[in-house]
Design a protein around this ligand. Sequence first.
Ligand code: NAP
Length: 409
Amino acid sequence: MDTAGKIAFVNGKLSVPDHPVIPYIEGDGIGPDIWKAAVMVLDHAVRLCWGEKRGIRWLEVLAGEKAYRETGQWLPHETVETLLDFRVGIKGPLSTPVAGGIRSLNVALRRELNLYACVRPVKYFPGVPSPVRKPEKVDMVVFRENTEDVYAGFELEAGGKETVRLITHLGREYGWRIARDSGLGIKPISRSATRRLVRAALDYAVARDRRSVTLVHKGNIQKFTEGAFRNWGYELCREEFGGVAVTWEECGGHPPPGKILVKDTIADIFFQQVLTRPEEFDLIATMNLNGDYISDALAAQVGGVGMAPGANINYEDGYALFEATHGTAPKYAGLDKVNPSSLILSGVLMLEHLGWADAARLIEQGLVRTFAERRVTYDLARLMEGACELSCSGFAERVCKNMEGPERI
Ligand code: NAP
């Protein structure tokens, strides 16, 4: 067993020592509050499951405001190197720097580590207030492509010399008439990135016995980007998953028993259908921008962004960075007030990724019991009748307590 604490990737599988070193980024704004709460819950679950035999050795790495204060850089090179070295990390939210040449630290981190799949499970915990009538029907996992689309950052500002030159070129060479005072953006969607994202979703569906994968796109309008995503997704399904999955076209929407249905839907009607018929959706595979909108919209159905976990994963080499999906909520920074569930649940995903599923289940049990007791943070308390409002740390302590007891798994 590796005593240095490094997680390795051998023959397509993670090899995790009993005391792995896991780098963490505390995050800006509410980051330190939710990080303290999350680490309390994660450590307690591991201790309850395995005592001293297993444990995480946390290693702080810097990014965001803290990094800028201490090193003058928003994303020090050392942070990226350490995350690559130890393979699996976890982070709180980071504010977007107003200067420094980085558009978004989150996008930069995903790109530096080549974390091509953003995986966001959206599941309802009984008792959590929801704006929909049957939130228990929501049980979806969003696979959002992380490296392309308008997030690739190929943009030119309106009025710039290069912008005008490109507009002129497009007019002359392609006959595209674009107003000269336009800003421009390029939306790359490649066959290779689409295939690895859809492959990740289908592998996940097979491993977890899920029912369907829906490709969400706006291909009726953007034929060679979003439309191509749909076509390449189906192509990949037929080529690599013929034995276990079947496309809508092949089965008319009625898959043989045990086979995963791969279907597609246009993004605009998708937003209606996930509200009116959520039970028809299981895994969602989509591009970067759609995925961003979709995961927040789905999170609203199960209690809001404070409840939504996220993982950024490169399945081809096991690199992963788990993160709260919400932002830094600066007005609540340092108040020990916000809901730490998003980061706690991201930690649950991390434990599953490590193969420490018992600890993951224990935390879910602690959360289920705490919500059932109506002991919640302000965001849920304001929507819940008879709730007992807890602080961020108070909520984490209660989750720890609720993991204990003779009837635990
Ligand atoms: P935000 O930080 O997510 O906050 C928006 C609102 O969401 C908050 O005012 C609060 O609502 C609610 N909220 C967020 N986190 C919560 C939690 N843990 N518990 C309960 N409620 C929570 O979005 P923003 O204000 O648009 O962005 C602030 C900064 O975060 C920006 O710099 C942005 O770039 C950055 N950001 C980072 C990430 C990331 O690191 N992954 C993601 C998104 C945004 P109420 O006011 O209703 O209570």
